[in-house]
Design a protein around this ligand. Structure first.
Ligand SMILES: *[C@@H]1O[C@H](CO)[C@@H](O)[C@H](O)[C@H]1NC(C)=O
Ligand SMILES: *[C@@H]1O[C@H](CO)[C@@H](O)[C@H](O)[C@H]1NC(C)=O
Length: 488
């Protein structure tokens, strides 16, 4: 669960005012099912085969959630990966200092095992949902040298080596960060315990990143040999200061702890709203994921939900298009293999039932987004090309045919109609299927009056120069240095 800060209050007001949403084109309009029950068991296995790595698609679960029979079916058929929403947080696992209590965390893991689901750990360090004995009057040395390592060891060792990934630290980066901040400045900007005390004095307790390093070092010692260790945070995924901060934090963790990059991950929480500017585009996500892939770091969508302005067909379809784009961003990236939906149905959503922010309605029935997500998985498993960015609306992305052909278009008409310009597609893989429209490196991809391809070849991205540039040229210098392995 994330804490939504004041930024979201502003967004909520914006969403209430903005009543319109673009008409979108979906795979479920093109031959994929939009009614009936959904069983993803086979398709997820096929996705994993295609990716060459297990693709973990799941949701939150806690044993005290109501309607157990619905959960039994949902996790036997639709979701195949479990995260305990609250049962593995510090307040649950160490209510008395030094005494480990993994009862609820283990129970959710056992539920996962019953349905042949994998299990992800959330989380070992967060400034919220801490036990009552914390923050407490401990010294920085006691916290960093004893309390954190003991807690992380008890939890990670206790949950075993099969856990796919752990959110080792959760929400440690501030919201007021600016470009170019160091990892320490990013974390100090958070203004929360333990980089400040909680007694209102404003005096820092820990003045460096040692608490983060201690948590990661311990996690690395006790986790399974393929368990990924993640920094998890919200409002991340694009080319912005907060995302740069989480990347730079991961780099600083690697440098301090020597944990290999191929054991580290960034969890992109993705608590979104269905309005422009309140989610990242598929292209923005792809650029960030490529940056991480170049380092060997995994990208994960860890807490996906999308609040809609109104519970009507147009919004439900817009929600489906955004969800579909996020699923595609993960599927078609080499380094993304976990996708967690945060809360399995609307009535259990931490964002409130009125937000209608999940894949299933309050009665547990699949919404358009659930069918669209299923369609994206099937489309990928079938070896078809990546669909265009449906959340851009039909003026830029119209899917045609039976979902095996997608046509990227860039024509906008002043009438607001859905006129599209078909662009011939080329087959780029031996697996069949056709691609969206892709511009070559240094080719044009945008601009006033431009009606050609809007997407760029792999490894490049459409820049403000309106052409496709290698993503490496766009990295801030500190990332470029790390990428090139320069020691300065
Ligand atoms: C790691 O960080 C700690 C705490 O900031 C520091 O004392 C130590 O020297 C660092 N180690 C490396 C290898 O950077
Ligand atoms: C949204 O509308 C549908 C259909 O009217 C209804 O079944 C569902 O419960 C509604 N969801 C919310 C969160 O109001």
């Amino acid at each position: 669960m994330a804490k939504i800060l004041s930024a979201f209050v502003a967004l909520a007001i914006f969403a209430a005012v903005a009543r319109s949403q673009p008409a979108v084109s979906l795979l479920i309009d093109n031959g994929y099912p939009s009614t009936g029950s959904i069983d993803l068991t086979t398709v997820l296995a096929d996705v994993s085969t295609k990716k060459g790595q297990t693709f973990h698609f799941g949701s939150t679960y806690d044993t005290y959630d109501a309607d157990q029979s619905w959960f039994d079916t949902a996790f036997a058929t639709f979701y195949h990966h479990v995260v305990s929403e609250n049962g593995c947080k510090w307040d649950a696992t160490e209510p008395t200092q030094g005494v480990s209590d993994l009862t609820e965390c283990l129970a959710t893991q056992s539920f996962a095992t019953t349905y042949d689901n994998s299990f992800r750990g959330h989380n070992t360090f967060w400034h919220e949902q801490t036990p009552t004995w914390l923050p407490g009057s401990f010294t920085a040395d006691e916290l960093v040298g004893t309390i954190i390592p003991q807690h992380v060891q008890q939890e990670i060792q206790g949950m075993g080596t099969s856990v796919t990934s752990w959110d080792v630290v959760n929400e440690v980066v501030g919201d007021g960060v600016t470009t170019g901040m160091t990892a320490l400045e990013c974390v100090q900007n958070k203004g929360d315990w333990p980089t400040v005390t909680s007694d209102g004095s404003g005096v820092p307790l820990v003045t460096d990143l040692s608490f983060v390093y201690a948590a990661f070092k311990t996690a690395y010692t006790y986790a399974g040999s393929s368990t990924r260790l993640a920094v998890n945070d919200y409002n991340t995924g694009g080319q912005d200061a907060k995302t740069a901060c989480v990347i730079s934090l991961v780099q600083s963790i690697q440098q301090n702890t020597s944990i290999p990059y191929d054991r580290l991950a960034i969890g992109f929480q993705s608590h979104l709203m269905a309005s422009t500017g309140n989610f990242y585009t598929k292209e923005e996500l792809a650029t960030t994921f490529s940056t991480l892939a170049a380092l060997g770091v995994n990208a994960m969508i860890t807490e996906m939900d999308i609040e809609i302005g109104q519970n009507n067909t147009a919004y439900l379809r817009y929600q489906a298009s955004i969800w579909g784009d996020y699923v595609d961003a993960c599927l078609y990236a080499s380094n993304c293999n976990e996708f967690i939906n945060w809360d399995p149905r609307d009535d259990l959503s931490w964002r409130g039932v009125a937000a209608a922010a999940t894949l299933f309605d309050a009665s547990g029935n699949p919404k358009p987004a659930a069918y669209e997500v299923a369609a994206r998985l099937q489309n990928y498993a079938a070896g078809n090309a990546e669909p265009c960015s449906t959340s851009s609306g039909t003026s830029v992305c119209t899917i045609t045919g039976t979902g095996t052909t997608t046509t990227g278009t860039t024509t906008t008409t002043s009438t607001g109609g859905s006129t599209t310009t078909s662009i011939s597609t080329t087959t780029t893989s031996s697996t069949g299927g056709s691609t969206g429209c892709v511009s070559a490196l240094y080719g044009q991809c945008a601009g006033i009056g431009w009606t050609g391809c809007a997407e760029c070849a792999t490894g490049s991205t459409c820049t403000f120069l309106n052409d496709c540039e290698l993503f490496i040229l766009l990295l801030p210098m500190f990332e470029l240095k790390a990428y090139l392995g320069k020691g300065y």
